[in-house]
Write a protein that binds this ligand. Structure first.
Ligand code: HEC
Ligand code: HEC
Length: 243
């Protein structure tokens, strides 16, 4: 018991250090991988998007065949990185990321299926939504638009509350980084982003033991409800310029 508490504490320290370091630097493909890789259970090869397209038929009812789910109940998968989709599917299957629907969907998938499906959605282009224009009603940000406050935190963090700049890992246009699997966030439904940030803030960690990834629970600790709503609406509209 004592030992496991020590291990958790030292992981948290290492990760906080990594966050601080990365927050100071722009995201780049050379960024060191700080996400524990999920144990590889089979002789799977890099995903094949063509094979993945056929296999993704089973996902279309909720996520849409091109991954641009229209119903905000379901996250968009278009433009998401193969490695991220593969990791999440493994975590759903093992129950280390808790969702009953997705546990059922991931159960029959092999390691290769997960990679192929991930590769396929990775080739699709996310269709961003719109950041809504509503104004913050009270508090120090009264009169500002939620997305304006979100943009400030996304780009610069909030050092007073220990929140790092999201862009350091998720990229200036929200496209993420494939290598260390920082997921793409741009264009995602605001309600999904807000729900995940709230769960992270409440201590949810995807993965257990060596699969555990505490980065986001550390990041989200200092976010207020207003911050979360602001980031979520900003991200819903975030996409690469000119496309
Ligand atoms: C019946 C509806 C449904 C179907 C069919 C479905 N999903 Fe999902 N999926 C969901 C829901 C709901 C979530 C959100 C879970 C959560 O809130 O954590 C989700 C989340 C995910 C995520 C995590 C996305 C992220 O950004 O973290 C991935 C990856 C995923 N699904 C892949 C798939 C794949 C691949 C298939 C097909 C094999 C599939 N899903 C089929 C409902 C569905
Ligand atoms: C140090 C790098 C890092 C920073 C900084 C960071 N994130 Fe993350 N984020 C991650 C990683 C890694 C994951 C994937 C978590 C996992 O797989 O367990 C993630 C996941 C997420 C998710 C879930 C995406 C999905 O599709 O399910 C959201 C939403 C998110 N981050 C938002 C943010 C916001 C908003 C900020 C800034 C306040 C931020 N992140 C800062 C690394 C980071």
């Amino acid at each position: 018991m004592k030992l496991s508490r020590l291990v958790v504490l030292s992981t948290a320290l290492v990760v906080t250090g990594a966050i601080a370091q990365q927050a100071a630097e722009p995201a780049s493909p050379e960024m060191p991988a700080v996400v524990a890789p999920v144990a590889d259970s089979g002789p799977a090869k890099a995903g094949d998007p063509k094979a993945g397209q056929t296999k993704a038929g089973a996902c279309a009812a909720c996520h849409a065949l091109d991954g641009n789910a229209t119903d905000a109940l379901y996250p968009k998968l278009a433009g998401q990185h193969e490695q991220f989709i593969w990791r999440q599917l493994k975590l759903f299957k093992s129950g280390e990321r808790n969702n009953a629907i997705m546990m059922g969907m991931a159960a029959p998938l092999s390691e290769q299926d997960m990679r192929d499906i991930g590769a396929y959605f990775g080739t699709q282009k996310v269709i961003a939504g719109l950041a809504d224009e509503s104004l913050i009603a009270e508090g120090p940000n009264a009169g500002k638009k939620f997305y304006q406050v979100g943009e400030r935190i996304y780009r610069g963090g909030n050092s007073a509350n220990g929140v790092p700049a999201c862009a350091a890992c998720h990229g200036p246009a929200g496209a993420g980084v494939p290598g260390p699997t920082y997921p793409a966030l741009g264009g995602q439904h605001a309600s999904y982003t807000a729900a995940k940030l709230t769960e992270f803030r409440d201590g949810t960690v995807w993965g257990k033991d060596k699969n555990a990834n505490v980065i986001m629970s550390q990041v989200a600790k200092g976010l207020s409800d207003e911050d979360i709503q602001s980031l979520a609406t900003y991200l819903q509209g975030l996409h690469k310029a000119g496309k």
